[in-house]
Design a protein around this ligand. Sequence first.
Ligand code: ZN
Length: 394
Amino acid sequence: MATVTSGTPALARHQRTPAQLLETIRDLGGVTRADLSRLTGLSRSAVAHAVAALLADGLISEREPGGSHPGRRGRPAALLMPSRPAGHVVGIDFGHAHVGAAVADTAGEVLAERRLTADVDHHADEVLDESARLAHDLLGQAGVPLSEVLAIAAGIPGPLDPQTRALRPPAILAAWAGRDAGHELATRFGRPVEVANDADLGALGELHFGAARGRRDFVYVKVSHGIGAGLVLDGRIYRGAAGVAGEIGHTSLPDATEWCRCGNRGCLETVVSLAPLQRRLARIGIPMTADGPGGPMTRLPENTLAARVLTEAGRILGRTLADLCNCLNPEAVILGGEIGTSGPPLVAGVRESIDRYAQPAAAEAVQVSAAGLGARSELMGAIALATGQVAGLR
Ligand SMILES: [Zn+2]
């Protein structure tokens, strides 16, 4: 056997076996054979051979991809998914002004889904009750008894204490600070509920079902009432020592002076989030309401003045993301939330600043796009967390 220096790609190639491909498929959810070849350095024929063995053993299954698949031409390739036990999962997504829920099978195929407007910030107990009612309604609609639900996961817009699972400041849900939403949901469902940060779930949703399929290093940025990033490094969510990794909304901007809800002045989200953008648009005679993607925000780019405001917002956001690209060297920056998915002008502004301020190699390596799942990234991330739990993966 040839002597190989530790850490060389050659060693990685020689060590890859079907078991290791299975691990990659379990980590990343839906991947194509081409993704596996690119990620592992194995030839297409070696991947095809190992995949055929995994399929024959029933360890993975194959299905047609749903949703958009930006940047790829032709008929989309089949996705390889880890095999999971029969049953169902529930995902819940809390935003500042909405609560959404979905029922899916253990492969993440959604059977029923709904999103309601709700004052989540100020009415924690009512909204927790509402989410449980919504989930029960959807289970009824899908014909799935609660006894067949194998896992439930929920996303909350704020950083979670990794030990206590309580919400930490600067959670957007001021009335929720210190609460253990997982415990409160568990008492309503009579079973454990896994809770995670919403931007982390947005990243997970895009990783398994959206624009980040087959990627290992990317940043998902939820730009909505606040700004938070979900960091995926080497195929895993990175939460940091205290669970606050990715709180880029509180990056200080040199020229901004407005007070932020976190107690500092001049934070990024005092300039680029929903409320300040609404104010700026109102000033140039463009009234809008915050009813999210599919609502007025998506039509705004058709207005030249509005497009200019959003491009400038993208440039300001992109300045912070350029620094993040220098730190982490991601292969993609995916923009989610009402503003992140507002259309090409915002994406163009972010792209411009990354090209201008990031190191050329970091800028060249990164693709900037809107979320492939639109407003559903966080909810689908909750589904991915729940299905991952069922397979005992996370
Ligand atoms: Zn702040």
